[in-house]
Ligand binder design. Structure first.
Ligand code: NAD
Length: 376
């Protein structure tokens, strides 16, 4: 079984196979092949892959028709899909809700495509949950980036030259990224407040030593899978009104509020940004799905007329590419271990398996997932 990891397109700096995971995958029974330079931006040169027993090739096009498994971080080019061998297993993020062209291309070429976005959020699939492994690092790095851009320090300091008050950080949306942002800001000594529409989050916020901001928006609750429900326009208005004062008093605001498969809600309007202090910093971790901040620019940062810096990078975790790759590669390794038949030394893809049922979108030259299948 040949497993191939192509080089990601710039500016992506993460890689789907690390030398460490290459070794583990080889022990499982795969022959591992990596495109030259694939790991460089994540801190792994070709030599490191060779030392772990992987083959390094310079021309990806020659490997595509032979590979049984292709592992990537991001979506492939549509042209490269038709070069793949029939029944090849392709694993990556590829935004299936918007990229129906890729889904159709996978089905047309009889490639079995796993979308890492669709990995079930269950205890069984936790080791394979790449959305969580990446969001966790994005939450951490959002605070680090904001702290670096802020013209103040985060901790309180009592010095002979006077006392410096701690910075105030407000985290909006307390899922995986938000919790890590709170923990990181606390570690750096800031005073942290947070809000989420799911009331169960209050205890988690308090256990990290932060204050939960209470806003009465009426019934909000969460879905059976633990996700936030979409708010009505009236509830969103109440939420924004309740947050405006906290934002105006914060030095850093980090927004992480996403709605699975849908556009993110606008939680910070231009007016709210204008009400913030000059020099304060906003990091919008939902920028890729439309953004929580009105006017946010994807993969860019800018300063408003009032001097508020707005940061909108889609995948901030890529800024810590070594660790982001380490945990992503480990997610993929866990998935392959799950579908590996150790006796026959081959893949065993059971479409009734609860994990594959969630994330395997194409099989047998057809789109099989219920969310994307077109009924004839
Ligand atoms: P997410 O990325 O979908 O959203 C981030 C947060 O934004 C969520 O907490 C959500 O409630 C919140 N949010 C949505 N709309 C909002 C609004 N208008 N205002 C403020 N906040 C808003 O979330 P996530 O990181 O995927 O986590 C969602 C939940 O799933 C969490 O409870 C998490 O612990 C859980 N989870 C479970 C597993 C598992 O069981 N294996 C894995 C991952 C996440």
């Amino acid at each position: 079984m040949l497993l191939f990891c192509p080089k990601e397109k710039s500016p992506e700096s993460r890689v789907a196979v690390t030398p460490e995971s290459a070794q583990a995958l080889r022990s499982l029974g795969f022959s591992v092949c990596v495109e030259s330079g694939a790991g460089l931006a994540a801190g792994h040169n070709d030599e490191a892959y060779r030392s772990s027993g992987a083959e390094v090739v310079s021309d990806a096009a020659t490997v595509y028709p032979q590979a049984d498994v292709v592992l990537r971080v991001r979506s492939p080019e549509p042209e490269s899909i038709s070069a793949l061998k029939p029944a090849c297993l392709h694993v990556s993020f590829f935004d299936p809700f918007s990229r129906t062209d890729l889904l159709e291309a996978f089905a047309k070429s009889n490639v079995r495509a796993v979308s890492m976005e669709m990995m079930p959020r269950t205890t069984l699939a936790q080791k394979m949950d790449a959305l969580s492994s990446q969001a966790n690092l994005a939450g951490y790095y959002a605070v680090v980036r904001a702290a670096e851009r802020l013209n103040r320090i985060l901790p309180m300091m009592m010095t002979p030259a006077g006392t410096i008050a701690p910075a105030k950080v407000f985290v909006i949306g307390v899922g995986v990224a938000g919790l890590q942002a709170i923990a990181t800001a606390k570690r750096l000594g800031a005073r942290v407040e947070a809000f989420d529409t799911r009331p169960v989050v209050e205890e988690q916020v308090k256990s990290l030593g932060a204050r939960f901001v209470k806003i009465d928006i009426g019934e909000s609750g969460q879905t059976e899978q633990g996700y936030a429900r979409e708010l009505t326009p009236e509830q969103l208005e109440l939420q924004r009104a309740g947050m405006a004062k906290v934002c105006s008093q914060s030095d850093i605001v980090i927004t992480t509020a996403k709605l699975f498969g849908r556009k993110s809600p606008v939680l910070l309007t231009r007016e709210m940004l204008a009400g913030m202090r000059r020099g304060s910093v906003v990091v919008d971790l939902a920028a890729e799905s439309g953004g929580n901040v009105e006017g946010v620019q994807l993969n860019a940062e800018f300063e408003t007329d009032e001097g508020v810096r707005v940061i909108g990078y889609g995948t901030l975790e890529a800024c810590v590419s070594t660790h982001a790759s380490q945990v992503y590669a480990s997610n993929l390794q866990a998935l392959l271990e799950h579908v590996w038949d150790a006796e026959l030394k081959t893949l065993k893809l059971d479409t009734a398996d609860p994990i594959l049922k969630g994330c395997l979108l194409t099989d047998g030259a057809a789109i099989i997932h219920e969310c994307f299948r077109k009924e004839s």
